[in-house]
Design a protein around this ligand. Structure first.
Ligand code: SF4
Length: 87
């Protein structure tokens, strides 16, 4: 129960961090910083939300890494669905 409640809090906090994402997406959900070879144009300076390990270390280190990664995946799917992204 406590774990479920914490998971919900983590997901909401992740959505807050994701809302600060500075780049645009095309209609399919492809980031404008993604190059033809699928590498990131700004990889070394990518937004925090793009670095899942760093977000975990910096803000959610008390959460087991596997639980955090699962919460992150759930948030990604939610954002994809809400925005009708296909990629
Ligand atoms: S790592 Fe982030 S900034 Fe870079 S292409 Fe992917 S979504 Fe865009």
């Amino acid at each position: 129960m406590v774990r479920d409640a914490r998971s919900a809090v983590v997901k909401n906090e992740l959505l807050d961090i994701a809302s600060m994402f500075p780049h645009k997406f095309d209609d399919n959900g492809r980031c404008e910083m993604l190059m033809e070879d699928n590498s990131c144009m700004v990889y070394e300076d990518r937004p925090l939300i793009c670095n899942v390990k760093k977000v975990h270390e910096r803000f959610f280190s008390e959460v087991k890494q596997e639980d955090f990664f699962k919460a992150n995946e759930d948030v990604c799917k939610k954002l994809q669905e809400e925005n009708n992204f296909t990629v």
